[in-house]
Design a protein around this ligand. Structure first.
Ligand SMILES: CC(C)(COP(=O)(O)OP(=O)(O)OC[C@H]1O[C@@H](n2cnc3c(N)ncnc32)[C@H](O)[C@@H]1OP(=O)(O)O)[C@@H](O)C(=O)NCCC(=O)NCCSC(=O)/C=C1/CC=CC=CO1
Length: 285
C-alpha cells in the first residue's frame, strides 16, 4: 500500500484562511476590517484548526500570519460592552481562552509572521509561536493597561519566560511599544525582513522545520515547556521518557540510517511509511 501523494485538505473555518503546502499548514487571520482582532469566530477557528492539526501528523509545521497591514488588534473590544454578570463574563473569557493552551503546547513547530501592529492579545498570539519573523512595519504593543484590563492571552506566562520578570513588568506597566529593533534586541523575534518578504521567509522556515524530525521536535517542545515548572530530577525523567519514545519511532530510525548511509534524512517519508499521518495507526506499506 502506498501513502497518498496529495495532502488532505483542511476544513474551512470562519475568519481564518488556511492553505496546505505539502506538510506545512499556512493559517492567516482573515478579518482585516476589524484588524484581525480576536473575535469569537477567530478564537473558535484557532481552537478548531489547532485540534485538527493535533490529530493530523501529516502536518509537520505551521505558518501563522494575519491578512492585511495589521497582524492582530488583540481582544475584540466589542466583548467588553457585553454583559458584566460575573459568571457570564467568566464563561465568555474561559471560552475565549480555550485555544491558547492548545496552540501554545501544540507538538509541532509554529512560525509566526508579523506585519504591522501586534497589540495586547495579538502580541500574546504571536508569542505562542516557536519563532517570530517580523516585517519592518511590525510593532509589539502591550496595550492592556491602556484599556484597564489584566494582560492575558498567556502574555503573563510567555513574556516573563522570554525576557525575564523585571523586563516583562516594565513592558506591561509602561504600556510599551517595541519596534522591530527593540523586539529583536529583546529576543522575541528571530529576524526582521522587509514586509513583502515576511511570508516567503516565514513559510521557508516552516518548511525547514518540517523537514526535521517533527514528531521528535514536538517531544522536545513539550519537555521544554515543562522546564519552567519542574525540578531537575523531574526534567531528567521527562527527558528520559521523551528519549525512549523518540528512539522507538520512525524518525530516529531514519535519522540513524541516513547518518550511517551518509545521505540526507527524509523524516516526512519515514513518518508516512510508519502510517501515523492522521494520528490513527495504519497498515505499513
Ligand atoms: C492600531 C490599531 C490596531 C489599527 O489602527 P488603524 O489601522 O488606524 O485602524 P482603525 O481605524 O483604528 O480600526 C479599523 C477597524 O477595526 C476595528 N478594531 C480595531 N481594533 C479592534 C479590536 N481590538 N476589537 C474590535 N474592533 C477593532 C475598529 O473599531 C475599526 O472598525 P470600524 O471600521 O467599524 O470603525 C487600532 O485599531 C487600535 O489601536 N485598536 C485597539 C487595539 C486594542 O486596544 N486592543 C486591545 C488590547 S488589550 C487585549 O488585547 C486584551 C483584552 C482582554 C480582554 C477583553 C477584551 C479585550 O482585550
Amino acid at each position: 500500500m502506498t501513502a497518498p501523494q496529495t495532502a488532505p485538505q483542511i476544513k474551512h473555518y470562519p475568519q481564518l484562511e488556511t492553505e496546505r503546502q505539502g506538510n506545512v499548514l499556512i493559517v492567516r487571520l482573515d478579518n482585516e476590517a476589524a484588524r484581525n482582532s480576536l473575535t469569537r469566530e477567530i478564537r473558535y477557528s484557532l481552537r478548531e484548526v489547532t485540534r485538527e492539526v493535533q490529530d493530523d501528523y501529516s502536518i509537520r509545521a505551521i505558518y501563522l500570519t494575519g491578512k492585511g497591514p495589521t497582524f492582530c488588534a488583540g481582544g475584540d473590544l466589542r466583548m467588553l460592552t457585553e454583559s458584566k454578570a460575573p459568571m457570564e463574563r467568566h464563561r465568555r473569557f474561559r471560552h475565549a481562552a480555550s485555544f491558547m493552551p492548545q496552540l501554545m503546547t501544540l507538538d509541532r513547530p509554529v512560525v509566526c509572521g508579523v506585519r504591522g501592529v501586534a497589540i495586547g492579545g495579538g502580541m500574546g498570539l504571536a508569542l505562542m509561536a516557536d519563532t517570530i519573523v517580523a516585517g519592518n512595519s511590525a510593532q509589539f504593543m502591550a496595550g492592556f493597561f491602556r484599556l484597564g484590563v489584566v494582560p492575558d492571552c498567556l502574555t503573563l506566562f510567555t513574556l516573563p519566560r522570554l525576557i525575564g520578570l523585571a523586563k516583562a513588568r516594565a513592558f506591561f506597566y509602561a504600556n510599551t511599544t517595541w519596534d522591530t529593533q527593540e523586539a529583536l534586541a529583546n529576543g522575541i523575534v528571530s529576524q526582521v525582513v522587509d514586509d513583502e518578504d515576511v511570508d516567503a521567509v516565514g513559510i521557508a522556515l516552516a518548511h525547514k522545520y518540517a523537514e526535521g524530525p517533527a514528531e521528535v521536535m514536538g517531544l522536545a517542545k513539550t519537555v521544554m515547556l515543562k522546564s519552567f515548572e519542574s525540578s531537575l530530577t523531574e526534567m531528567m525523567d521527562y527527558e528520559d521518557y521523551a528519549q525512549v519514545l523518540a528512539q522507538s519511532g520512525p524518525e530516529f530510525e531514519e535519522g540513524l540510517s541516513a547518518l550511517i548511509d551518509k545521505r540526507k534524512p527524509d523524516y516526512g517519508a519515514a513518518a508516512r511509511r510508519a502510517g501515523f499521518s492522521d494520528g490513527m495507526p495504519k497498515a505499513k506499506e
